[in-house]
Design a protein around this ligand. Structure first.
Ligand SMILES: Nc1nc2c(ncn2[C@@H]2O[C@H](COP(=O)(O)OP(=O)(O)OP(=O)(O)O)[C@@H](O)[C@H]2O)c(=O)[nH]1
Ligand SMILES: [Mg+2]
Length: 374
């Protein structure tokens, strides 16, 4: 990032006080200065404007390329899901329009976690239009199904934007055990770094020593500062320290990990509310994003999980992971219909690039056959 600035003579050094790491663990080689925003002094306003446009253009080009790659990856992964296989099986034989076909579509949707309500609505609309003779053939019906499915997802496809005016932009990551929170944080950290944001992590999963280590090791490898207090520390206190540190050291983004917890454990759910309140003492707007990670193979239980987490901590964005596994592919529709909470990313695997910005068109197209057979 800021390639343009890098080519310039070295700017005068910052006169900021030497950074400290309260209760933190700055990894070796992760000099805080390396993460500080570029120093503006020594450059003319024009230089800065040009540098900013360069960065924006670079980011836009990367997003376009990423979108195209994501389309292919989503098709490959979701194309193997139960929903895609069922719909593919139904449509690929170019079936006759009939009530049986509608019932089979409804069964395919319900079986793939779309939810009874959403499935019934979609099919009722298709039935109405079929009776009105709006469809000449199965291809027209499939097109209408595509539009209806897309209409469910589009309102909640809102990408996560880091608002630079609210730095440090605080992301609190929550979810039940083993859904992929910490892995997602690693993937997000890489993404934000590529976007030119300086960032810090808070090891807020204090239940297990291994959890703190997992994040610290990741931070060391990737030159990211991780604030931790070790096992059994108060998670809210870790988050508070981390926000103080991120603020005094001028970081753009702070991502806080939390321990996985069952949505039915009232005490643990209340702890999330405490983290939220403690952060708000330092910055009334924090956390700016409460990102809930949901395992895409969970099925309808995902709805109860989201309901409980939303009540406890006010979820503002979702990541649905493991859509590459035994996920049936439909749970996003059920989530979208019941909650008006944006799906920010989907997880298609364990590698860094497997976290994809949620693109509803790519998603729906991956579930439907490209062309109908004879
Ligand atoms: N196949 C697949 N595996 C994933 C995905 N995201 C995460 N995982 C795997 O899920 C497992 C659990 O991931 P973690 O990131 O440790 O999950 P967590 O939510 O932090 O777990 P706790 O902290 O124990 O609650 C790891 O083996 C990850 O590699 C995904 O999109 N697809
Ligand atoms: Mg974890």
């Amino acid at each position: 990032m800021f390639e343009f600035l890098k080519k310039k003579p070295v700017a005068p050094t910052s006169d900021k006080p030497a950074p400290t790491t309260p209760a933190g663990s700055a990894p070796e080689g992760a000099a805080p200065g390396a993460h500080a925003p570029p120093v503006a002094r020594g450059f003319s306003p024009d230089d800065l404007v040009r540098a900013y446009s360069d960065v924006q253009a670079e980011k836009a080009a990367r997003l376009e390329a990423e979108k195209a790659a994501a389309r292919v990856a989503v098709k490959q992964t979701l194309g193997a899901s139960l929903l895609a296989r069922s719909l593919g099986g139904l449509f690929s034989g170019n079936p006759k329009l009939s009530e049986d076909l509608l019932e089979e579509i409804e069964t395919a949707l319900i079986s793939a976690d779309v939810g009874v309500g959403a499935s019934a609505d979609v099919v009722a609309n298709l039935r109405k239009r079929m009776k009105a003779r709006e469809f000449a053939d199965a291809a027209a019906l499939q097109q209408a199904l595509r539009d209806d499915l897309l209409a469910i997802l589009k309102p909640i496809a809102v990408p996560l934007e880091i608002d630079a005016s609210r730095a440090p932009f605080v992301i609190l990551t929550v979810g039940v055990n083993g859904v992929g929170k910490t892995t997602t944080i690693g993937k997000l950290a890489r993404r934000f770094q590529e976007d030119g944001h300086s960032l810090m992590l808070a090891a807020g999963d204090t239940f297990r020593a291994a959890a703190v280590e997992q994040l610290k090791i990741w931070g060391e490898r990737n030159n990211v500062v991780v604030i931790s207090q070790g096992q059994n520390a108060d998670a809210a206190s870790v988050a508070f320290d981390a926000l103080q540190a991120a603020r005094s050291r001028g970081f753009d983004v702070l991502i806080a990990d939390t321990a996985g917890r069952l949505h039915t454990q009232a005490g643990l759910m209340a702890e999330l509310g405490k983290i939220r309140r403690v952060l708000a003492k330092l910055d009334p707007g924090a956390p700016h994003e409460v990102l809930m990670v949901i395992d895409g193979t969970t099925g309808q239980n995902a709805l109860s999980q989201l309901r409980a987490f939303h009540a406890a901590v006010g979820v503002t964005g979702l990541v649905v992971t493991k859509l590459d596994g035994s996920a049936k592919g439909g749970v996003l529709f059920a989530l979208a219909r019941e909650f008006n909470i944006p799906i920010r990313f989907i997880g298609l695997g364990e590698k860094l690039e497997d976290l994809r910005v949620f693109d509803p068109e790519a998603f729906v197209d991956a579930l439907l056959p490209e062309r109908l057979g004879a």
